[in-house]
Design a protein around this ligand. Structure first.
Ligand code: FRU
Length: 495
């Protein structure tokens, strides 16, 4: 083991002791210590789910990237394992960037990741060259392959950038060969997703270009994932420098999915649509796996790049993942639902039916908390006389609250964390277009201390955001401008 990895392991063990469990999310994975970004190497190996992540143990700001590591049996209770990778070789000395995992026929786990090394000989001095690398391990300790790097710029198609070439997602084909989809920039700075192939996961060749951005959906594309779902194919990616398009996408870094038809023989992916994956404030770089029982489950980084380094570096941890989400396709859209294992953690149901609101704000006995699973069905109490606005406030006390509100005349759902205790001029609101379904909208709110995830209309849209509100603020209230009828069901979540 390298000194850099030994140092990281020693550091995280000591520093972790200074963090009280109640100061972390209860069922969302967060940085063991220091900084976390992208989920990496999301996999099921030797009877456990494994999650690695982009990790800078030494401060809560982004820095030379390591891979943190945690395991779980249900994707909700996580146990930290020692850091898996450190930037300790010539080809990855400036960072061990994102990647993925696969199980080898001999039982070892293979990690494929991007190595970053500043290129001091180049006229663009200081720009980092990115290559793809391999490490093998047993679920706890990993050793870098002596043949690294396994994919370099020499395999790139013409015009492909060696500076923006990262985040391999590897999978094994039915015939035992391997493929990896890797993000790259073309010569005009546009994002493209390249597929490489290999017989043994060590010797690689360029195969084909799966998709390119043609000047749309932002610029550089990162963190690809590509899989079959409900008989269709889905490409998931994260994009930099996006522009909004109506209610689709937002300025800055965002995520998107494409659904289409994939022909493996001709290597063509005919995209039929593209949409944002999450309409909230904090969501990026998701990865998926197939669970042993066949479900496609996605976890994303619950943060965004434009606001994530504004806190003091001294806070003991920063960065958390979303709740795992089961994916499916309905009416040509990607549907996301909180993983069903969450239902096993629900206790103490409190339920109200046909609660009437008329131009007022109410609270309901037993409906409060910061670790809850709350479903609210909202309909017009008098359909001839449509209400104008409904709002659900949570993480609330006399000073603070975060809200999700719905205006019927524009069909817009808005999340607003302006009063959550934030003291920075960051994004506090975001909107999504949500048409009513049979005069109704349904919101399922998952709160876990420092985050809110709102699943709309049974997973049709999701809005995620982190909040730093003090935990005493645990009230919930309901507001209506007009006449609204509510069904409310709340569970506490106990881990
Ligand atoms: C996306 C990303 C990846 C890269 C990693 C570096 O959030 O920029 O493309 O591998 O973060 O930490």
């Amino acid at each position: 083991m390298s000194q850099a990895l030994r140092d990281a392991r020693r550091y995280e063990e000591g520093r972790e002791e200074m963090i009280r469990p109640e100061d972390r999310p209860a069922f969302h994975l967060c940085a063991r210590v220091g900084w976390m970004n992208d989920p990496n190497g999301f996999s099921y190996y030797m009877g456990h789910y494994h999650m690695f992540y982009q990790y800078h143990p030494y401060s809560s700001h982004w820095g030379p990237m390591h891979w943190g590591h945690a395991v779980s049996e249900d994707l909700l209770h996580w146990k930290y394992l020692p850091a898996a990778l450190a930037p300790d070789r010539l080809y990855d000395r400036d960072g061990v960037f994102s990647g993925s995992a696969v199980t080898m026929p001999d039982g070892r786990q293979l990690l494929m990741y991007t190595g970053v090394a500043n290129d001091l000989t180049d006229y663009m001095e200081g720009r980092a060259v990115q290559t793809q690398n391999i490490a093998f391990g047993d679920g706890t300790d990993y050793e870098k392959y002596e043949g690294n790097p396994v994919i370099t710029e020499s395999l790139l198609p013409e015009g492909g950038s060696r500076y923006d070439f990262r985040d391999p997602k590897i999978w094994q084909e039915a015939d035992g060969t391997y493929k990896a989809i890797i993000a790259n920039n073309d010569k005009d700075g546009g994002g493209q997703m390249l597929v490489f192939k290999s017989d043994d996961a060590l010797h690689w060749e360029y195969d084909f270009r799966l998709a390119s951005n043609h000047g749309r959906i932002g610029r550089m594309w990162e963190c690809p994932d590509f899989f079959e779902l409900d008989g269709r194919h889905v490409l998931i990616a994260s994009s930099q420098d996006m522009l909004p398009q109506g209610f689709e996408y937002h300025n800055g870094n965002g995520t998107f999915y494409m659904i289409g038809e994939y022909d493996a023989d001709s290597h063509t992916f005919l995209e039929e649509c593209d949409y944002a994956i999450d309409y909230g404030i904090d969501f990026y770089a998701p990865q998926t796996i197939q669970t042993p029982d066949g479900r496609r489950v996605m976890i994303g980084w619950m943060q965004n790049w434009d606001t994530c380094n504004l806190h003091t570096a001294e806070i003991p941890w920063f960065g958390q993942m979303t709740v795992p989400r089961e994916l499916s396709i309905r009416n040509g859209r990607l549907i996301q639902k909180p993983i069903r294992e969450l239902e096993d953690l629900r206790t103490d149901p409190v339920e109200y039916e046909n609660v009437l609101l008329e131009d007022n704000m109410i609270t309901l006995g037993g409906i409060e908390g910061r670790m809850i699973d709350l479903t609210v069905e909202i309909s017009a109490a008098d359909p001839q006389n449509m209400y104008k606005k409904f709002a659900l406030r949570f993480a609330q006390n006399d000073i603070y609250h975060t809200s999700v509100s719905y205006r019927t005349y524009e069909s817009v759902l808005k999340i607003d964390r302006k009063f959550s205790g934030s003291r920075r001029a960051i994004i506090h609101q975001r909107r999504a277009y949500v048409p009513m379904e049979e005069g109704k909208i349904t919101l399922r709110l998952i709160l876990d201390r420092f985050s809110a995830e709102i699943f709309v209309n049974d997973g049709e849209k999701v809005l995620s955001a982190v909040i730093n509100t003090e935990l005493e603020a645990k009230g919930i209230s309901f507001f209506a401008d007009g006449k609204v009828s509510l069904n409310v069901k709340k569970y506490s979540i106990v881990v």
